[in-house]
Design a protein around this ligand. Structure first.
Ligand code: FVH
Length: 299
């Protein structure tokens, strides 16, 4: 069943939470001509948006009832419930899109809360920083009510052109979120280790940057399809690089770090994982077989 008949080009939206991200979301809606009502706990954060044409709501209830589509972006799931739990009556007949980061469990619990109160719900995960909001390539995952996404996808694409609906499971956007963040953090961790090491010999981050970029683009990224295939097939045979080879190589990194006076702490857990897999007789496997150690950590 359709949840809204308003033309997407003019759908009024309400944005609850005007931190760095909420402000960027409201600016994107305003930029595309959506009547935008905003509310923030600290009202001064609404001022600049109001001068740009937003309507500043005095109460959260006034913001929630201003239009059919409510986007909430607060710091935590706890804050979302602190703000919205007393307002369930004002959320009836609205589509609530929660772009606050959470765990899958929190997202599913919020979806159950919404269902109990007759609120149409979409959970979302923003895979972009505030300056990227509104760009065609900005990715935002959504899960939850399919009719709500269908009705409002054009409006939601104002926030990120790569809006992607993952299905009715509201936990999936958060799961994709943490999965991608893990990739980001491990890449940053590897880069920090590299820069600390090279810095001991006076090599600047800027000087190293072309090599780091080329390494990721020409070696790491092209490895991803192979890794995906090995993991999906659970076939870890390799004619490229074995765990035995990587065990020696990572020992060099740990040893070089120590001798250059750099902490190997970031690397040690990954080294331990490789050593455990090799000790279990999988030294001839590809690196991808490490996934089995994560799937069965105590086996
Ligand atoms: N900024 C980013 O790069 C990331 C990108 C990916 C997604 N995240 C998530 O977006 C959520 C909000 O992040 P943010 O960057 O806007 O965060 P802040 O600038 O710190 O603003 C926090 C807002 O939350 C309000 N707030 C906090 N607690 C409460 C509460 N108990 N009651 C009412 N409002 C609350 C806060 O209000 P105020 O302090 O200004 O009064 C801000 O509006 C977050 O989940 C990221 O993971 C952003």
């Amino acid at each position: 069943m359709s949840t809204d008949t308003t033309s997407p080009a003019t759908t009024p939206v309400s944005v609850i939470g005007l931190g760095m991200m909420g402000t960027a979301l409201a600016e994107a809606f305003l930029g595309q001509g959506h009547p935008t009502t905003v509310w923030n706990r600290s009202p001064q954060k609404a001022e600049q948006l109001v001068t740009r044409g937003a309507t500043g709501a005095d109460t959260v209830g006034a913001a929630l009832t201003a239009g059919p589509l409510v986007v909430v972006c607060l710091s935590t799931d706890e804050a979302v419930h602190e703000v919205l739990d007393p307002e369930v009556e004002n959320l009836k007949d609205r589509v609530l899109v929660n772009l606050t980061s959470s765990t899958p469990e929190e997202a599913r619990a919020t979806a159950a809360w919404a269902e109990r109160h007759g609120i149409t719900y979409l959970d979302g995960a923003i895979m972009a920083t505030p300056p990227l909001v509104g760009q065609p390539q900005a990715l935002i995952f959504y899960g939850g009510s399919a009719p709500a996404f269908e009705d409002h996808q054009e409006t939601l694409r104002v926030l990120g052109g790569a809006a992607t609906y993952l299905g009715d499971d509201t936990g999936l956007p958060s799961l994709y979120d943490v999965a991608l963040l893990g990739i980001l953090w491990s890449t940053v961790a590897g880069n920090i280790q590299a820069l600390a090491l090279l810095g001991t010999e006076g090599v600047t981050a800027e000087a190293f940057l072309p090599y780091a970029t080329a390494w990721l683009n020409h070696v790491a990224v092209p490895y991803l399809p192979r890794l995906a295939e090995e993991v999906d097939r659970q076939d870890y045979a390799t004619d490229v690089s074995t765990l035995n080879v990587n065990k020696e190589a990572i020992a060099h990194l740990v040893s070089a770090s120590r001798s250059q006076g750099v902490s190997p702490d970031l690397v040690l857990p990954f080294q331990a994982l490789i050593e455990r897999r090799v000790a279990r007789g999988h030294g001839s496997d590809s690196l991808s077989s490490l996934i089995e150690e994560l799937r069965k950590p105590s086996a």
